[in-house]
Write a protein that binds this ligand. Sequence first.
Ligand SMILES: NC(=O)c1ccc[n+]([C@@H]2O[C@H](COP(=O)([O-])OP(=O)(O)OC[C@H]3O[C@@H](n4cnc5c(N)ncnc54)[C@H](O)[C@@H]3O)[C@@H](O)[C@H]2O)c1
Ligand SMILES: O=C(O)C[C@@H](O)C(=O)O
Length: 444
Amino acid sequence: MPSHVREVSRIHRIASIPGDGIGVDITDAAVEILNVLAKTIGGFEFEFTTFDWSSKKFLERGWYMPPDGLEQLKKFDAIYFGAVGWPDVPDHISLWGLILPIRKSLNQYVNVRPTRILEGTKSPLADCQREDLDWVIIRENSEGEYSGQGGTSHESSPHTVATEVSIFTRVGIERIMRFAFETARSRPRKKLTMVTKSNAQRHGMVLWDTVFYEVAKEYGDVEIDKMLVDAMTVRMVLQPKSLDTIVATNLHADILSDLAAALSGSIGIAPSSNLDPTRANPSMFEPIHGSAPDIAGKGIANPVGAFWSAAEMVRWVGEEKAADGLMKAVENVTARGVKTKDLGGGEDTKGVTKAVCQEIETLFASTVTLSTPFPRPNEGYLIIEKPNRSVPHLTPRIWPVSHSSPPQLYSSSSSLSASAHPPLPKTRTNFSTPKQPSPQSTPC
Ligand SMILES: NC(=O)c1ccc[n+]([C@@H]2O[C@H](COP(=O)([O-])OP(=O)(O)OC[C@H]3O[C@@H](n4cnc5c(N)ncnc54)[C@H](O)[C@@H]3O)[C@@H](O)[C@H]2O)c1
Ligand SMILES: O=C(O)C[C@@H](O)C(=O)O
């Protein structure tokens, strides 16, 4: 690097898709938080490009994503997603017009959905303490019940026939099982529960069971058990402490993670990471909730799930200390009782966002310089960085552990294919050199 060029900042290029309803409010809040985080800590920046691929735009022009939409997204380091869906558009059109093609085409075959009871919040279950509920649900995110295969014939007749075909492939099952086992192994309890419905569904679900037990042989240190999905709902409610890492199919895990969110206090806090563990494509981060038309426009959406998802994105792009700090700030705020109505508080979206921004400044401003790591508790964390040579693309690194220390985090893979999509960000230079070309903004 020439001497007149000074390295100032790592740049993380983020595609932001706010979508519909409260997706817009919580994405605004997340972008605000992320900018404050970067400014306060220093050393990195986010460069956001917003794509208005909303239902409103769909109604105006007939499409969610333009034909080259996926190609546009591939230029980014990560995607931040709000929510899609609006009563004026059938839900299968909005989902299949936007979020499902992104997950499938960008090979985001893992959806990680951690759940725990945050500081200052409680479960609706009477006897459930914070330490009793700490789960990570690993959702298969590319096939299964969401394969999109099937069709309808004899329409407009009393004999209409519709098929919805679930596709389960050995490759698809094996890779999600490995990710789930790696996740379980990286958590202190080393416990994995696999969920199917293989009593009634005798083909694909049985293949899930079979592959699960095959892969389990490579993970002798992980305690395993198997549940039928119906009984699993009972166990989640009555014996939350008996669970740790859970792996389930696309549909089952979607349903179970909404239940998990409710049991941990509110669907408004629950994050998700749609990961391409190979890093050949950008991964996508979004709260698990939808566009919530019933509260959209009221300014009362809980932004915590959006912040937690943002923290996971920050971790994914390599800013671990910032991710830890963001979650610490969120929990300091909930611990003080600054919460939205769904968590029993009296604040609105903006109030919680402002409080988290201030907390970030309090936590970082006076203590952190580029060379000073954010102080992390020694207990309550598990940090693992050991590549699994037989599975080079799967290396979960930090996972939530006991409740003895403040920030409890799920985190995701790293040390992945360097050649495919290097995790190391670009750097910004201050002057005299041509600026890196920005990704083209969407024409819409
Ligand atoms: N990933 C996504 O984009 C996604 C996910 C789920 C649903 N959807 C879509 O969203 C639309 C609405 O779906 P739905 O009503 O079934 O689910 P939803 O998650 O939008 O809402 C369910 C309930 O939870 C409440 N809620 C959700 N998020 C909240 C938050 N952050 N703070 C406070 N309360 C919150 C809502 O007010 C509502 O009462 C549909 O079009 C659906 O297809 C999209
Ligand atoms: O089923 C889906 O994937 C839509 C929504 O529930 C989600 O989890 O994003």
